[in-house]
Design a protein around this ligand. Structure first.
Ligand SMILES: NC(=O)c1ccc[n+]([C@@H]2O[C@H](COP(=O)([O-])OP(=O)(O)OC[C@H]3O[C@@H](n4cnc5c(N)ncnc54)[C@H](O)[C@@H]3O)[C@@H](O)[C@H]2O)c1
Length: 262
């Protein structure tokens, strides 16, 4: 079987570097090019020193010369839709990890991939463990009436609560068909942010990466579901799965849970 040819956009970024390394180490894939706004030379040396690939800030040029099957994008939201436009015109499938895409931008991606009969996987969280945590929290949500989330992230994280914590609270409430109950007490203003009855507490400290604990409570008992990441390698099994799957499916697939059959 021919390897899946991949170009990584955002190749100098924290996640992009990991994607370059992971794709280079996959026998079923071949890294054929790389793109980054900060590209300062025209080739990128592969992490294992086994060679180099064309490298540029010009995505259109790299797509034309490298002819990949898949473009992986870990950049900034403003860069994603223009990249989807260029890629879909050339029949290139997409795996998108960039966060902060609006509903309109997702609709535009959906429209473009459909119009050009290619596939796109867009996932706000490629960590398999985080997707499993949300799935398990949804299962537990039907049986216990109270829930809180403690999410802990590195001190440079821009947003609070995290997108994953918000998505978890909303998914849990949707699974039970109603908001969680809120304990009554005087100190409401000193507690976290309530979302669908789930109070979310956000911790920001140097030394942390990305962690989340969902705690559900009922009479005389609690259930805790916790996910911890220690480095950005955590995203790679999900990204590799998406690259292998996106070449087989047309249209927009949102979220890794669909690919995992959850
Ligand atoms: N889906 C997930 O599981 C997941 C996980 C972690 C991070 N992210 C998201 O991925 C994105 C990247 O995260 P990061 O931590 O690697 O950021 P980063 O700042 O370390 O890297 C981003 C890279 O993109 C490049 N870039 C920016 N604009 C570009 C453009 N127009 N064209 C080409 N390259 C461009 C930058 O030069 C930089 O090297 C963010 O949106 C982040 O929130 C998603």
């Amino acid at each position: 079987m021919k390897p899946i040819k991949v170009v990584v956009q955002g190749a100098l970024g924290k996640v992009g570097r990991e994607v370059v390394k992971a794709v280079s180490g996959e026998s079923e894939m071949q890294l054929v090019g790389a793109v980054d706004l900060k590209a300062a030379q025209d080739s990128l040396t592969l992490p294992d020193d086994s060679g180099s690939v064309p490298f540029s800030a010009d995505l259109g040029g790299i797509l034309a010369s490298c002819q990949p099957d898949v473009l992986v994008d870990f950049t900034i939201a403003q860069a994603t839709v223009p990249a989807v436009r260029l890629a879909t015109e050339k029949g290139v499938n997409l795996v998108i990890g960039t966060t902060g895409l609006t509903k309109d931008e997702l609709n535009e991606i959906d429209r473009l991939v459909k119009a050009h009969k290619v596939g796109a996987v867009v996932a706000p969280n490629f960590a398999l463990g985080a997707v499993l945590m949300i799935h398990l929290a949804k299962v537990a949500a039907k049986y216990l009436d109270y829930a809180e989330i403690i999410e802990l992230h590195h001190h440079l994280k821009a947003d609070a609560p995290s997108g994953t914590a918000l998505a978890t609270a909303k998914a849990m409430a949707a699974a039970r068909g109603k908001p969680f109950l809120q304990p009554t007490g005087k100190a409401a203003e000193s507690r976290g942010e309530p979302v669908e009855g789930v109070t979310i507490h956000s911790v920001r400290l140097p030394g942390l990466m990305a962690h989340q604990e969902v705690i559900l409570g009922g009479p005389g008992q609690t259930v805790s579901i916790r996910h911890d990441t220690i480095n950005r390698e955590c995203y790679m099994p999900g990204v590799m799965l998406a690259i292998k799957e996106v070449v087989k499916r047309q249209g927009l697939t949102y979220g890794l849970d669909t690919l995992l059959g959850l």
